[in-house]
Write a protein that binds this ligand. Structure first.
Ligand SMILES: [Zn+2]
Length: 295
């Protein structure tokens, strides 16, 4: 919980955001140092289950003894090495299949879960060189891959996604994607395109999905999202008017909601006009901050 506004706690940071492990970048280029850490008496290796980091009944990540020479040095936990092997099998199909799993996860463990899964997803999808097509191998403690054919080094990619609250006259625009559970509305979102600023992406997505034009755009907060390798960039935008032209290829519906409606939804009141996004979604953090006055 972040502290404090006149004695009142501020809304929490987005799920998956936070410090996580000391990433120990200075160790990554040194294979001898990493090999020595494999034998460190406090070294531990992340366990995997169904393509994702394994979680115990208390919501903590499961760690076991180091097995051989795992490919990824996730980092240091108060000086104790934390490793991960590259998991077998497919990545989780999509985030929605994992919301139940995520609902069990201790928020303090979530940044490590996100880093391990996002990095594993990148390795799963980058086994061949995008320059020459030859196989690549993990390098730099698992934080890059190097091509055995042409020598090109490839680094993990993060895909920028804008997710935004458009506001007009005290009301917020929220939408429904077809795969959402019944009644849920959430912030509109879309990928940042090459050559585009955050502000331009927010304006374009709102225009494309809902026919809304915006003036001022303000960055609010961000969230790593490991399904498979995104960075959610939370923003607020002032809409020029409240007329809508919904792209039904992207959204089932979009509506303007009053502050009272958002407050009732976040409180899970029985007659609330919509179901809010889960706590693991940055959209919920954005709604909480908006209700709190965007502090
Ligand atoms: Zn190559």
């Amino acid at each position: 919980m972040r502290c404090c506004n006149e004695g009142k706690p501020l809304p929490p940071d987005p799920f998956f955001a936070g410090e996580g492990l000391d990433r120990a970048d200075h160790l990554r280029p040194d294979p001898d140092a990493i090999a020595a850490l494999h034998h460190h008496e406090e070294a531990r290796q992340l366990e995997w289950e169904n393509g994702a980091p394994a979680i115990d009944e208390a919501g903590r990540l499961r760690w076991g003894a180091v097995d051989g020479a795992p490919a990824v040095l996730l980092g240091l936990n108060h000086g104790s090495p934390r490793f991960s092997a590259l998991p077998d099998g497919d990545a989780p199909a999509n985030a929605y299949a994992h919301f139940q799993l995520l609902s069990l996860l201790d928020p303090a463990e979530a940044p490590i879960f996100a880093a391990a899964l996002s990095l594993a997803n990148w390795h799963r999808r980058h086994r061949f060189c995008s320059v020459c097509g030859q196989p690549t191998d993990p390098n730099r403690g698992g934080w890059s891959r190097i091509c055995g054919g042409c020598g090109a080094e490839h680094y993990p990619r993060v895909g920028g996604v804008v997710i935004m609250l458009a506001e007009h006259d005290g009301r917020l625009l929220l939408g429904r994607q077809p795969q959402y559970p019944a009644g849920r509305y959430s912030a509109l979102a879309g990928f940042v395109e090459p050559g585009e600023s955050i502000e331009a992406a927010v304006a374009r997505e709102l225009a494309e999905e809902a026919g809304v034009s915006v003036g001022q755009v303000r960055y609010l907060t961000s969230q790593p999202w490991p399904f498979p390798n995104s960075l959610m960039i939370g923003a607020w935008a002032r809409a020029d008017n409240d007329s809508l032209r919904i792209d039904t290829n992207e959204l089932d519906d979009a509506r303007w909601f009053s502050r009272d409606e958002v407050v009732a939804a976040l409180a899970n009141e029985p007659h609330a006009s919509f179901q809010p996004p889960p706590r693991t979604a940055i959209a919920r953090t954005l709604l909480e901050r908006w209700v709190d006055g965007l502090k």
